[in-house]
Design a protein around this ligand. Sequence first.
Ligand code: ATP
Ligand code: MG
Length: 160
Amino acid sequence: MLPLPLPDPQATARLADALASQLVAGDVLCLDGPLGAGKTTLVRALVAALGGDPAQVASPTFTLMHIYQARLRVVHVDAYRLSSAAGLGALGFDEAADGAVAVVEWAERVADAFAGDRCWRVRIDHDGAGGRIADVIPPAGKRLQLPVIERMLPPEAPAG
Ligand SMILES: Nc1ncnc2c1ncn2[C@@H]1O[C@H](COP(=O)(O)OP(=O)(O)OP(=O)(O)O)[C@@H](O)[C@H]1O
Ligand SMILES: [Mg+2]
């Protein structure tokens, strides 16, 4: 997909809203991007959009997996400290994700667990101007439906 400008955290939240409206039970959202890209910000907005409590969403640190009750159960994993898909298995990820929406921060660290085109993939990068830019790859056969206004935004913030 075309790079999607996310000039502020609210724009990241709107991307989360769009994703939330399309995610179904069993979907996996692979979330990548450098430190501070806004991955957890997106998860927090996603949980809110799904009717859960965003205040429960923290960067998983010592607990690598969190589960939030929302319209769909949301399983949130931070794979930053994992180095292989085996680590995910040890967390009980497959059982937890069954029938839930799973969101995996730093998914590329456990890429072998999410090979192929069954996952939603969102990569967020710094845009060099204090904002972020996202690249979204839906799973095979799906398209991200964005509000018209987002699609009309130019790829760079307007000057002045
Ligand atoms: N689109 C955006 N534009 C500007 N700032 C943003 C945007 N999205 C999030 N932020 C800000 O970036 C900071 C880091 O966000 P967040 O903790 O969600 O990043 P992260 O990718 O989860 O980081 P980590 O890799 O450490 O887990 C927060 O202060 C957040 O408000
Ligand atoms: Mg985070």
